[in-house]
Write a protein that binds this ligand. Structure first.
Ligand code: THU
Length: 128
């Protein structure tokens, strides 16, 4: 878990967030041990912004990976203690590929984190 958080912290350095000042990094762990990372990438047309979690997930899927174990998310404004819980869209997108037991780690640092499951964060998820 600490390795995953470290990867997310590293990815956060590439965050492009001039509009919100809220930088996020994410690292998703595949069942085969591979890790893919992502950051949030904002746009002047705000709705075109991409979250860090989806950047990481989509990068992994585009590379041919679909079986996932866990994701670590780090971020937030510098002086705030709030943990970076994933937004509703990211929860839904994760639920396309990840089951209820998929671990979601939200962290401020290597030592300050919480571990949840996707099932607890998104009960009754939508699927077709
Ligand atoms: N953001 C993420 O990267 N992940 C989330 O789950 C919530 C929000 C980003 C999007 C935007 O760049 C900034 O945080 C503020 O909303």
């Amino acid at each position: 878990m600490q390795k995953l958080i470290r990867s997310a912290l590293e990815a956060r350095k590439n965050s492009y967030s001039p509009y919100s000042g809220y930088s996020v990094g994410a690292a998703i762990l595949c069942k085969d041990g591979r890790i893919f990372t992502g950051c949030n990438i904002e746009n002047a047309s705000y709705g075109a912004t991409m979250c860090a979690e989806r950047t990481a997930l989509f990068t992994a899927v585009a590379a041919g990976h679909r079986d996932f174990e866990a994701i670590a998310i780090v971020g937030g404004k510098e002086n705030e203690a709030d943990l970076p819980y994933p937004c509703g869209i990211c929860r839904q997108v994760l639920s396309e590929f990840c089951g209820r037991d998929f671990k979601v780690i939200v962290a401020k640092s290597i030592n300050a984190f919480e571990e949840h499951t996707l099932g607890s964060l998104l009960p009754y998820s939508f699927s077709l």
